[in-house]
Write a protein that binds this ligand. Sequence first.
Ligand code: ADP
Ligand code: MG
Length: 386
Amino acid sequence: SDRTPNTPILPPAMLGILGGGQLGCMFTVAAKTMGYQVTVLDPDPNAPAARFADEHLCAAFDDQAALEKMAANCAAITTEFENVNANSMKWLAQSTFVSPRGECVEIAQDRIREKTFFRDAGLPTAPFLAIEKASDLEVDLSLYLPGILKTARMGYDGKGQVRVKTKEELLTAWQQLKETACVLEKMMPLKTEVSAIVTRSVSGDCAVFPVSENHHFEGILDVSIVPANVTDAVKTSAAAAAKTVASSLGYVGVLAIEFFVLADDSLVVNEMAPRPHNSGHYTLDATTVSQFQQQVRAMCGLPPGDATLLKPVAMVNLLGDVWPGAGTADCKEPDWSSMMSEPSGFLHLYGKKEARVARKMGHYNLLGSNANDVAAKVAALRDELL
Ligand code: ADP
Ligand code: MG
């Protein structure tokens, strides 16, 4: 049955979210400040979102009793991550409005389906080969080498990826990955990387946030800069591609698309995330509406908010690496005092109890009148931290 709301879901309705990490936490804060109540499902008793939620169901994502409670209590349900059990989402959708749909999440959680979807939608991807069985390797591999072998499922922050130059390295890497389903992707010469985050409403209206320029370090997002230092044509085509993907999926909610920008300024679609994205954290301080407020609006059947940039901004991720005890032995406590003293600097810490290397602990948004200036200041801050 169609559970799409005909009239907006208004406060103080109960909203549900699958996952209570930092994304679920920032969603929860946004929803609470708008007057909604929030139920969070997350098996971690210390889930960051639990500090703000009205109810924390501390159970597995496929726990039937917890799902029944969510279905009974929530007017609408969303997710903070793509590796949630899509069957749970489909089950919930029988009685509650679930956005994005489980079918969209299923595509995003499998790189083979995702890249095939992009290709079928007419969007350029890196040359890729789906590898599900040994005989899939009996093709002209020179089209994909040197390349990156990526597990089709459960990869994030560069995990489940091996760089390979030769057929021999490829075979060894696939064995290391236990011959699980993978994609082999040709290594692209990147000029830079950008992302576009689109919000699509129940009635099909789209708002795209300003395109962000993203710098990665060891496979993890490090710094995002907005406005991106790319041509207007690149920005326009990234935004258009994001809308195309959202519309052809009949998507409702916030959808992030990552792109590679090549030397000739052509765009290659990398991957999508059916949720707010790390590269959109700048929207918490630098746009009229945040990506988490947009997530609330979309799931409640409201039109997307105006996503205008107020000021140039640079965001730097704060990883556990820079926490004493988790990172290098000589690392000192990050200088919260100078970060907090900056009038245009906004510190966000996620309240995670334990710091670990590569774990996302928080981020810092620095606003200014010029993107180059804030980018340089944030780069200096980052070098000081590491
Ligand atoms: P994850 O799900 O871990 O984010 P990605 O596919 O986005 O995986 O890869 C992480 C990063 O690795 C990218 O942002 C990019 O910097 C680099 N990368 C991935 N695929 C390629 C490629 N085909 N060519 C060049 N760099 C790549
Ligand atoms: Mg990525």
